[in-house]
Design a protein around this ligand. Structure first.
Ligand SMILES: [Fe+2]
Ligand SMILES: [Fe+2]
Length: 197
């Protein structure tokens, strides 16, 4: 799917599913940022223009399936859309195009290859940065939505290396948090093929 189709699908879900105050202002911020053309990562999944919006849509589709398995939790469609579509807003305005010397396997010639480089201008962490950007506009995120977005990286979050127990506590209190992590893992490692460097 091309970038314009991905963007249209993303905005359609926002407009039909999210009624929270500030959604239009948040969409304006997304439009002014590089969100709709950004990659999902510099080298791994979705490392191409549009990779971030594609990944966000994949997480939305995966999370809907996880949530459908637990109807007794009454998690709303609006909450599913907010946490899935916006969990990686921290990656907007975070990559730039650079060049690296690469050897052509067939000819043996060296050439300059375009690559994405990380260019972090607001080093506020990962999930916590997404929470803060969303809260600039949406009034407001629920406690469960905040915990889910904050801890969506699971064991990949740097906080785990420091021995903090906040994530386990959040996962016990808030089923949406491990659900979003599962959906992020499925989208990243099962739906999106890892591209070679
Ligand atoms: Fe993430
Ligand atoms: Fe993600």
């Amino acid at each position: 799917m091309d970038i314009q189709e991905l963007k249209a699908e993303f905005l359609d879900i926002c407009k039909t599913t999210i009624q929270r105050d500030g959604i239009n202002e948040l969409i304006d911020w997304l439009e002014a940022s590089d969100f709709f053309v950004a990659p999902a990562s510099s080298k791994y999944h979705g490392s191409y223009a549009g990779g971030l919006v594609e990944h966000s849509l994949n997480v939305y589709k995966c999370l809907k399936q996880v949530v459908e398995k637990y109807p007794e939790l009454n998690i709303s469609d609006e909450t599913v859309a907010i946490v899935a579509l916006f969990h990686d807003l921290c990656k907007a305005n975070c990559y730039k195009i650079g060049f690296r010397n690469v050897k052509d396997d067939d000819t043996g010639q060296w050439y300059k290859k375009e690559v994405y480089e990380i260019d972090e201008k607001f080093p506020m962490g990962h999930g916590e940065k997404s929470c803060i950007i969303i809260q600039w506009f949406l009034k407001r995120l629920s406690t469960d939505e905040l915990l889910a977005i904050r801890y969506h990286m699971g064991g990949f979050d740097a906080i785990v290396k420091g021995g903090d127990f906040g994530m386990s506590k959040a996962y016990e209190m808030c089923p949406l948090a491990p659900m979003l992590h599962l959906a992020d893992m499925e989208a990243t490692y099962l739906l999106e093929s890892r591209t070679s460097e």
